[in-house]
Write a new protein. Structure first.
Length: 382
């Protein structure tokens, strides 16, 4: 058995054991509540016997014990005969004077406990209705407090487990990204050497220029992957220029079946960003849009200067996204494609939100008509 499997088994054992302990406490509390409730009923029976003894006509009776038993300062009691109230104790004066409140109290006592029957004489029966003592009332709410503790404990365990799982996944993806950058670096260095040889051999300049562009592109991709898992350096850049460069690069590499449109303010807009990661964000969103249109349709990118915020809207004429999936599209592993790992939009959100302190969302989408993805950045420094 691997170490990670043993650690998971240990973790779940501790979690289950903790829940069992809390449930055991809850069950014991309920048992104590029932015991106390039964003891109070026995006390009330003794109280009824003592009351009957005091009210008897036996002048020689020893009243010391009954008088001791009858002392009660916490349990409210109402005595009735033929549904009429004839006596009460531990009932506040305000309730005694108000018939409505007194009737409500009697109904409440009837609902709490079954009455104690006092057979005074033949044809004369008294009923003692009593409520729960202060101690019992406090104890009654204790199980709810425990249930709340169980709920909070469960939420804490779930949050801890989820955070641990996400941290492990983040380390895994960061490690894979850095390893990918390392693996690409070796053949890339060789390609750069061959490019210099081609320049020295006076190979056609157009061919060399296009190869050089793709090598530079590979260097950019390597730089992107190497930044995953580490804090990127942000620079004050013109977001219009940076976005248009990424837009033009992809536009030149797709067929004429996609109609591209770019609109932005004429003046520079300075934003704190990492050029390589911002370029990755734009490309991911544009590629997703083109995939949604199956390589044919209209794709528009518009930059808006809205007060202290910059809005980047990428709109396609693709298949659209159901409203119940607006948030799910950014979850790791979520994809509607037959092939793919569902990491593109998740990675894009991380770049926008965590690295650039911005926001990203599905601004609008209609099935069969298209989708608008929106990025929000703050102007100037973050």
């Amino acid at each position: 058995m691997q170490f990670s499997e043993k650690r998971n088994i240990t973790r779940w054992t501790i979690i289950i054991a903790s829940f069992l302990i809390v449930l055991l406490i809850l069950w014991n509390t309920y048992s104590f509540f029932q015991i106390f409730k039964e003891e109070e009923r026995v006390k009330m029976k003794h109280w009824a016997i003592a009351q009957k003894k005091i009210n008897s006509d036996d002048l020689n009776a020893d009243l010391e014990l009954p008088l001791e038993i009858i002392q009660n300062a916490s349990i409210p009691i109402i005595k009735t005969e033929n549904d009429s109230i004839i006596d009460m104790i531990n009932v506040d004066e305000q309730t005694k004077k108000d018939k409505t409140k007194l009737s409500n109290l009697l109904n409440r006592l009837k609902s709490q406990n079954d009455p104690i029957v006092m057979q005074i004489s033949k044809g004369k029966t008294h009923y003692l209705y009593y409520g729960d003592s202060t101690l019992l009332n406090k104890l009654k709410y204790y199980p709810f407090a425990l249930l709340l503790i169980i709920f909070l404990f469960g939420a804490l365990v779930y949050n801890f487990y989820k955070s641990t799982k996400m941290a492990t996944q983040n380390k895994l993806w960061a490690g894979m990204a850095k390893e990918t950058a390392h693996q690409i670096g070796t053949p890339l260095s060789s390609l750069i050497g061959w490019l210099e040889i081609m320049k020295a051999d006076n190979v056609d300049e157009t061919t060399v220029s296009e190869i050089e562009k793709d090598i530079n592109r590979l260097q950019t991709i390597t730089e992107r992957f190497s930044k995953i898992g580490s804090e990127p350096v942000l620079e004050i850049k013109d977001i219009v220029e940076e976005t248009q460069n990424s837009f033009n690069y992809l536009k030149s590499r797709f067929s004429n079946q996609v109609e591209f449109n770019f609109s932005a303010p004429n003046e520079p807009i300075m934003v704190s960003l990492n050029p390589a990661l911002h370029s990755w964000t734009i490309e991911n969103l544009m590629k997703n849009a083109i995939d949604a249109m199956k390589g044919r349709g209209k794709l528009s990118l518009a930059i808006e200067n809205d007060g202290n915020q910059i809005k980047i809207n990428i709109t396609d004429s693709g298949k659209g996204i159901p409203k119940n999936q607006f948030k799910r599209v950014f979850e790791p592993g979520f994809t509607t494609k037959r092939r793919g790992w569902g990491l593109g939009l998740s990675l894009t959100k991380r770049i926008v939100v965590e690295y650039h302190k911005g926001k990203i969302r599905v601004a609008h989408s209609e099935i069969g008509k298209g989708t608008t993805m929106q990025i929000l950045y703050k102007k100037g420094t973050s």
